[in-house]
Design a protein around this ligand. Sequence first.
Ligand code: URA
Length: 433
Amino acid sequence: MRMVDLIEKKKNSEALSEAEISFIVEGFTHGTIPDYQMAAWLMAVCFAGMNEDETAWLTHEMAHSGDVLDLSMISGPTVDKHSTGGVGDKTTLIVAPLAAALGMYVAKMSGRGLSHTGGTIDKLESIQAFETERTRDAFMEQVSTHGVAVVGQSEGLAPADKKMYALRDVTGTVASLPLIASSIMSKKIASGARHIVLDVKVGDGAFMNTLDDARALAKAMVEIGAKLGRSVCAVLSDMDQPLGRAIGNALEVRESIDVLRGGGPADLRDLSVYLTAKLVQLVEGGTLDDATKRVSHALATGAALKKFKEMVISQGGVWGDDEIYPEMHAAPVVRTITMSSAGYLSSIPARALGTIAMQLGAGREEKTSSIDHRVGLILFKKAGDEVRVGDEFAEIHAATEEDADRAALQLAVWMKTSSHAFAKRPLILDEIN
Ligand code: URA
């Protein structure tokens, strides 16, 4: 087989065979296919696309290019939840212990934040001494004993995807539906869970800005799951504005614990319950109503909070017996911003607010930037809320007074009101089963 022939074939919109896709992924991973040929092939895929079989084969090959987690020794249903990324999205911190409280097993590998979006591993590292790197044995032991462990993605997970993504990033070949779908799903398949709920974010702060694009991505990922023997469903949820109130690592951990204690913002609680109920449905069948009742019960009884605590302590995190929250540092400067006009808040754009939080130090501009776990924003209002002069709009948590000054100026741009009420966009926009 010659790579040049496979580039020509894809350029002419012909479908490749399983053996041909395996040749490409293996050759590129091991360095026998050079970057320039792979880049040409990726560009051909961007224009010609791939059919469902090709996309599933590509996913399978990338998933099996490195370590594949074997969860077969776990004697219960193994589940995973994946979000395509957003601002204030801390549902993993709630869904993972909730699922564990309901008898499911969550062996979760998560990522770090980049640009305006956050990452679960950064959030968990706000907790003093929390270990996000564990040996394989310690990770599996924790999942078997407590039902939940969340660690960083290991270097050996889907290395073909890592190498391909780096090349796509610099060759204008990221924006291809089969490439995005196979990239995301390769890591989910390699993570070993049998049942997977995908939270595909839609809107200003998301990878997919329109409902149509998000639907197409969700459909492609659910199909890959079906072809590779996993039960997968996708929920499409709003990311035009941040989820919950907190943006920033320690602030988001606190807010998640508030939800696990039965409080917290309604949108975060509702989406977390919905995603967990979808997991229950994937595992057990039955109606969404019944699943939702069971999930709400696990929240109300404190069973999910207990699982979260078990996870934190098992991963070395510091949590005193009577403390509401685990030990986390707080930002030295906290400033409240109030409304200077009345009316209905026009918009709370997720991308812009995520960027303000990132510039406070909560996120990374570059992959190698360091972050400050203490800082971020708490937003007291949602788009469309009616506000009066003097109402609290936001709280800035900053490392210095100068940082708080800058964030206050940036926030002022988004405190626009209109005199007309308007319909609020629903939180859950669609689902693909
Ligand atoms: N996230 C991924 O993991 N892969 C892509 O291609 C795009 C987003």
